[in-house]
Design a protein around this ligand. Sequence first.
Ligand SMILES: [Zn+2]
Length: 386
Amino acid sequence: MAHKPHPGWGYGDFVSSFELTATNGAARAGVLRTAHGELKTPAFMPVGTKATVKSVDPDELRALGAEILLCNTYHLHFRPGADTIAELGGLHRFMAWDGPILTDSGGFQVFSLRHTIVARDDDGVTFRSVYDGDIARFTPELAARLQAELGSDIAMCLDVCPPADAARQELAEAVRLTTLWARRQRAADRAPGQLLFGISQGGADPELRRRSIEEIAELGFDGYALGGLAIGEPRPRMFEATAAASELLPEDQPRYFMGIGDPEGILEVIERGIDMFDCVLPTRNARTGTALTSQGRLNLRNAGFARDPRPLDEDCECPACTRFSRAYLRHLVNQQELLGHRLLTLHNLRFVLDLVAGARRAIERGELNTYKTAALERLGAATEVQ
Ligand SMILES: [Zn+2]
């Protein structure tokens, strides 16, 4: 069941392409062209789970420097329904964001809400919706159809993501099913111009990760993601797995590390050859009153900020830092005022987007390592002071 997106909303004849513009060791800078425009890589994708980056207007996202957003198929399938969004002209029109959108397949939500799974077989996975407890089922064909209806620029394959402490046999089974499903989803209809990324699994097990990458790359996709990492395994193992994966992945296509977004993690995976990543951290941190700054993390609930007239971050030009004091932001956070959440979200997104833009420029100069070391030193030094 192919869905035709709204005419005149950015789709047309185009050739997708990823172009590397600079490399620095394993790190890469590039440009990915999609049906709704280009994005520069490395690229951080703010997460708009339910077709909104919580509390932020699309124009503000653009002004912060965001070039691509991530939305969640799982949530949009249940509320309001991908067919409803299709009827209203597709996801871009629905949320008034005319730039690139990547949709995940819903697989990660199903497998991380483990208690909701009813059954899994070679055909798909049956689970209870977190919205109303009703029985639902995802198959690769449905993941393709829903993402075609949403009309995202980059669709993701349905994969099986086991927990970080899964036994090797469970990891191997996830690799097997992920390949099986990727083959089926690859054969399904897509929205015009929609790119499809394959996902490798295998946790931090070098042999299983290699097997998964080889199988997925053999099928051939527009880009390749690392799934099943950053889910609680030790960080050194995660970075090791990332470096090894980069060496196995096709050089001329984008690489997406799913679910990393802390400043240190971002810089480490960029250095190991990753081009795209997403994380709810900058927006989730805002909800807990935490600001990411060039001098480390600030928890605004800390009483020390009660009379602090300084901006959150002297180096930041976001709406929160140019107009408001830490004391005022702390007051908003403590009173759970909406503006406090909004301003911290704007700041945290700006911080991460700036950090990544800086990394890109550093790659172009051939100085990523110097950039990373200096950034981490600043972040680490200040964390000790707090
Ligand atoms: Zn700021």
